[in-house]
Design a protein around this ligand. Sequence first.
Ligand code: GTR
Length: 329
Amino acid sequence: MSSRADLSRTVVLVVALCLTVAATGAFARELRAADTQNEDYPTVQALRFMGRVVSERSSGRHQIKVFHSRQLGEEKETLEQTRAGAIDLNRTNVALLGNIVPSMNVLAMPFLFRSIEHMQKVLDGPIGAEILASFEPYGFVGLAFYDSGARSIYNNVRPVRSLADIKGLRIRVQQSEQMSEMIRSLGANPVELPYGQVLTGLVTKLIDGAENNWPSFVTTDHYKHAGYYTLTEHTMSPEVLVMSYKVWATLSAEDRKIFREAALRSSQFMREKWRDLEEQSSKKAEDAGVIIVTDIDKKPFEQAMAGIWAKAQRDPAAAQLIERIRKVE
Ligand code: GTR
């Protein structure tokens, strides 16, 4: 056979192989996952755990490379990049995703969940699964929720024991209109800042305080610059892991199953680590001399949120979701 015929045979074979690989979605690849938290934070550990499961179950065809500590940018930007397919996987807080996916704002509503147990029951059950399955029109695939405890308000001006104490304080919030609205409703001034700028904001007194869960308050060193932490527990907005729909579309049914199951396992894996860190963090803050206000009457805080509730109730989809969540015993 002539070398020309050899060459065209090789070309045909290569093309056929490429088509088969494309059709079965059997590309071996490394997916990039973004997380804003530090290297050892439970969500970051969960992503690494998921990577091990995915690699094992796909016999090394798929790997996950985890970029923690905002290496790929702040949450608002990384979500846009995930939507565009430039980042494959992204773990953010639901409040940020709420800018794009409306049901996420429901999960970030103030005083929605009665307890952490109530939240876990909702998210582990059919409502959680339905919510995760509803992201595709927005360019994402929902893979799992992660624990994030409750968020409370901290500041460096005075102990907040009532609404009067919070009045006029400049409180940093996530880049989310609903979170700004929440702080405004309490009579404080919201300052939307990306997570990575909060520490400098506290040090330079650009802001008087912020709001977050125990582990975020402590692992970021915010507790060293904000000596008053009040257990307002005003939201229990969980974390969520999404994959870019553009990436998902390239995966075979078998691989999709591997990613889904690995994500769910990582969420369970993370729970214990979360509980431990929550406990350690509150202890660390207390040992460092942070004044923790626990004896607060939450009723006025809840009542102040009436406007946010009225607004949500005007959206039939949100109203229905809220009602279903509340009914979960
Ligand atoms: C944390 C959350 C982060 C980020 C951060 C923030 O609790 O884990 O994803 O949203 O809050 O306040 O920006």
